[in-house]
Design a protein around this ligand. Structure first.
Ligand SMILES: [Zn+2]
Length: 79
């Protein structure tokens, strides 16, 4: 009888697949852990983009702060 596979055959095939899958998984895990151990650690990501710092001056007319390279939005002349 080589028609439908019987339950013992299916069980044996499933067991073989499970064993093969287990060894493949174990090999992958071992390889990945080796890679993790050998890979250089990434430094903590602190790459915030730095904006150019401008000196802020206080408007003598309205008291608002504005960049020293520009004039106050109130339009009053600075003295
Ligand atoms: Zn002003």
């Amino acid at each position: 009888m080589f028609g439908l596979p019987s339950f013992p055959k299916l069980f044996i095939i499933a067991a073989i697949i499970a064993v093969v899958w287990y060894f493949i998984r174990r090999g992958q895990v071992a390889r990945s852990t080796q890679n993790d151990a050998s890979a250089p650690q990434k430094p903590g990501g602190k790459g915030a983009s730095q904006k150019p710092i401008e000196d802020m001056v206080q408007c003598k007319s309205c008291g608002a702060y504005f960049p020293a390279t520009s004039t106050c939005s109130c339009g009053q002349p600075q003295r």
